[in-house]
Write a protein that binds this ligand. Sequence first.
Ligand SMILES: Nc1nc2c(ncn2[C@@H]2O[C@H](COP(=O)(O)OP(=O)(O)OP(=O)(O)O)[C@@H](O)[C@H]2O)c(=O)[nH]1
Length: 595
Amino acid sequence: MKHIRNFCVIAHIDHGKSTLSDRLLDYTQSVNEREKMDQQLDDMDLERERGITIKSHAIQMHYTHTDGQAYVFNMIDTPGHVDFSYEVSRSIAACEGALLLVDATQGIQAQTISNLFLALEHDLEIIPVLNKVDMETARIEEMADQMIELTGCAREDIIEASGKTGIGVPDIMKAVVERVPAPEGDPAAPLQALIFDSVFNPFRGVIAYVRVMQGELSSLQQIKFVATGAEYQANEVGAMEITPKPTKKIGCGDVGYIITGVKNSSEIKVGDTVTLKDNPGEMLSGFEEVKPMVFAGIFPLDNDDFEPLRDSLEKLQLNDASLIFEPETSAALGYGFRCGFLGMLHLEIVQERLFREFGMDVITTVPNVTYRVTDTKGVVTEIRNPAELPEQNNRQKVEEPIIYAQIITTTDYIGSIMNLCIEKRGTLTKQTYLSPLRVELHFELPLAEIVFDFYDRLKSISRGYASFDYQPKDYQETDLVRMDIKLNGENVDALSALVHRSKAQYVGRGMCKKLKELLPRQQFMIAIQAAIGAKVIARETLSAMRKDVTAKCYGGDISRKRKLLEKQKAGKRKMRQFGKVEVPQKAFLECLKLD
Ligand SMILES: Nc1nc2c(ncn2[C@@H]2O[C@H](COP(=O)(O)OP(=O)(O)OP(=O)(O)O)[C@@H](O)[C@H]2O)c(=O)[nH]1
């Protein structure tokens, strides 16, 4: 155990965690030439395409220290986006140290601070690393001062590094050995292993990633999951190298995986403790419950896929502990699930993963936050769905969640960011200058206002020079209305939205306009209306047209015509019918991207 080091890499989004992790893997020759590629730990296609880390990834490396002693490093690369901070908090629980990366051209950003606090709460040893020092625009001394101020470290504690050129990598390795404490724990005590992540493998069942806190686990031993009570044999245990490497046992203090052949995903929960059936240890304190911020309905494109969708969501949940869901029905869409997400990016990623990993084509309804409604008798209920909002005369008041938001930016953009926050019904509570050119703004904002386009607009008005983080604060009374969208007079409940009365007109107009662009023209005219109760507040008209896909095939090539008609038919399968109007799958979320 003296020669194990467990650490994670934390930073603000895009500060170079995945790139630097690659260099550490190269340095320890953890990946052979044939397997090598960029961003090796971001193994999901989606992560590579978007260039962001969505999941934490654990990996084992072998390092020989300058004194000749061999060490085992378990490193966890974590995501930087605020929607995935739950991943970071779970990874931290498996480690004793953290590399805190700061981009030398950008300095401390909002998630640098929030991730640092997460790590400090768990008493991790922090190794400050100033990354991207190879860049011409790096301002090393200025950023080092910022880090000293934030972490209280000494100048010589800060390692200057570059994931691109590999500068600083040997110093990081050395610092991990010398500064990160070795794990503690009693190898002879009854087994206690914390499940910090899991994944479903169609061939092998659930694979649980664990950190052994006490005791040890050998393959073929009988194990028990304390919270769920399920008992299984550990068919295989091992270390997480670039490809999983089976071992005879995972020892005390180590990070590894367990394969049990469990096919029923409800028997394994992230945060649960694994122990031995015959010599059980106590339950470890798990993780704080995640509180989803945004709720939306997820419905199968094809009504018959309800059960397969449940199965897919359960499997996805294994790998994404922050996803929650419960069944719901919609008049327009039939049976589906109301799901809770940590933010809009999380929602998009879940929809995309359902499609890519499970072949599930789904429709996502307009997202909303949780509201608290007090009815006329004084009974308080939480609602997560527009259909649940009682009529005005059946309720006393509605309250909405408020958040504390921190925005770090340069002084050039203070004005436009203030305007954006005021437009979003926010109030400025504090303004602190971090340096003559950088400022930290604190706002109280309704969560509902940041759900849709806040992040994108903040990025565009600040040209990327603003970072944003938030925590829930409390609930405050609000003037809420349900806005419905009608297509040729027919209510489409999947497009109903809960909005503040002052925003109803803006959102209604925007959605109608966007829907006009998104709906394909059909053989008849379509009236697109936004309404509050019986009152129409916005309207657009889509004129009629028949798209003759075979028009360009003059002449007699029947097979080509047939092919085009087939293609048109396949396209229609991605639509849902409301009355006579067909709505394409992508229109449901796209119509919220108001300009
Ligand atoms: N010049 C230079 N560019 C770098 C360095 N490290 C990373 N980059 C670039 O910075 C961008 C972001 O790097 P990533 O490694 O994906 O950042 P990340 O922190 O893992 O991103 P998330 O996990 O999504 O938060 C990429 O375009 C990298 O090529 C560096 O040391 N020098």
